[in-house]
Design a protein around this ligand. Sequence first.
Ligand SMILES: Nc1ncnc2c1ncn2[C@@H]1O[C@H](COP(=O)(O)OP(=O)(O)OP(=O)(O)O)[C@@H](O)[C@H]1O
Ligand SMILES: [Mg+2]
Length: 372
Amino acid sequence: MSDLANRVQAALSLVIDPELRRPITELDMVGAIQGSEDNFSVEIKLTVSHCPQAVQIEQQVTEALSKEFNGSQIQVKMSVMTPEELDALKVKLRDGREPKSNPFALGTSTKVFLIGSGKGGVGKSSLTVNLAVELAKQGHEVGVLDADIFGFSIPAQLGTIDRPTRLDDMILPPIAYGVKVISIGMFLPSNEPVAWRGPMLHKAVEQFLTEVHWGTLDYLLIDMPPGTGDVAISVGQLLPNAKSIVVTTPQEAASYVAQRSGSASHKIGQEIFGVIENMSGLKMPDGSTLELFGSGGGQAAADALSEFSGTPVSLIGQVPLSVELRTGSDSGNPVVHTYPEDPASIEIAKIAQLLIDSKLPPANRTLKVDIA
Ligand SMILES: Nc1ncnc2c1ncn2[C@@H]1O[C@H](COP(=O)(O)OP(=O)(O)OP(=O)(O)O)[C@@H](O)[C@H]1O
Ligand SMILES: [Mg+2]
């Protein structure tokens, strides 16, 4: 390689593709380099012609080159990879994996957590989003899969309207707050309702796991739909390594349905990582605590699940009611990002630490298939 090409490559190795999160030089996106050090052109090959990040990439390339070649005439020519170049890139991205294979099968080094509950509206999605953003804030590679096909809410809670980019059969997930995220909502024309049956739900979840380019994740958090239906069983089959986190409110009735959801996870062979009680006591300005939804539901669910599964299940956190958490969910600004000092954020950060401290299940664990 010429001196010019070496210097250009070195400068551009600092430009990270926003979707693939790797240097553009590693992704073979730098094409022809022509001219001399004081007047040259560089070709940047995008993966797809309508790449939504094209402007951002061009800007970063121009900046990086202007810094390295101060005062030179530089022309950045944007082009698109040939089908052969794109195929070669996909092989590279798969890192030796077969196309459409499940990167989270037994033996994965990704910790997979399912956030579920028997009941709707207890805060599964809010906790999934905030735990994910907290883990990403701490420098981990995190993905969120919205498995709530009928009632998806993750894109709105993460404040993203981005659509995934397709490289043929490979789907690049949008990234929000450093978290890779995929949801059925990103594939629908507008707020269209989804009316699918069991096998299609299974297919959707399977596609999200196998066709999305997740890269090497430290954590994959799955926002489960309420209840113990088809999606829960599909996820159980596809993710034998997953541990489930059961969300409940302090209310007794909610705790009872949480127990049912936890016991369903246990039946399909998933380890129950713990129970989170959400919407616990609200700290009042006078220092007292308002227990709007009663108290004790989280511990009751944990106790019942311990008895049912024969292994201890702990209450891993009590996230208080929080106005900031609620407004943050509504506006797409996760509370752990906007108000890290909020009591809810502090509790969520403690729970995130427990996920970090947890161990991966042994690779040779067998999955129970008896779901009767
Ligand atoms: N700790 C909390 N304090 C205040 N509001 C909360 C708290 N947790 C969740 N909420 C609010 O409660 C509502 C329901 O939360 P969320 O959508 O996360 O629940 P869910 O269990 O995912 O619901 P669904 O079953 O419909 O998917 C949202 O408006 C959210 O902002
Ligand atoms: Mg939800």
